[in-house]
Design a protein around this ligand. Structure first.
Ligand SMILES: [Mg+2]
Length: 138
């Protein structure tokens, strides 16, 4: 039985992206427990009851989108301290800026290099304040 040291929640509606993240955590972040939610609404419920060290948040989601979810997270005593890394295909400068002013601790654009994603997660888990990476694989 593995003892997980940290817990991360990934809110993502795309099953392929979710599967990829599961593999990344298994390979590069084996001591981190990955919780999964396919909607913001479910993710917010998990965030209210589980002690989380980090949330990975897709922006384009059915129902509440990532920014609406961020507003809820920031408005609640139980969740406002949790750093949030945006993970999104929205990759314009304006998207990065919007994430910054919305209180995201970081933002990484899809598609991303697996190692960069893993490093961004490790950085934020280690307490680094901001990690903004525009990472279009060419
Ligand atoms: Mg999506």
């Amino acid at each position: 039985m593995e003892a997980y040291r940290r817990t991360v929640l990934y809110i993502e509606d795309d099953a392929v992206n979710m599967t990829l993240m599961r593999h990344i955590f298994r390979k590069y972040l084996p001591a981190v427990l990955l919780l999964e939610a396919e909607t913001a609404e479910l993710g917010l419920r998990i965030a209210m009851r589980e002690p989380l060290d980090l949330i990975l948040l897709d922006i384009g989601l059915p129902g509440l989108d990532g920014y609406a979810a961020m507003n809820v997270l920031r408005s609640k005593e139980e969740t406002r301290h949790i750093p949030v890394l945006g993970v999104s295909a929205f990759a314009q400068n304006a998207d990065m800026e919007r994430a910054r002013v919305s209180g995201f601790a970081g933002y990484i654009t899809k598609p991303f290099q697996v190692r960069l994603l893993a490093e961004a997660v490790e950085s934020l888990l280690a307490g680094r304040a901001h990690v903004f990476i525009e990472d279009k694989i060419r």
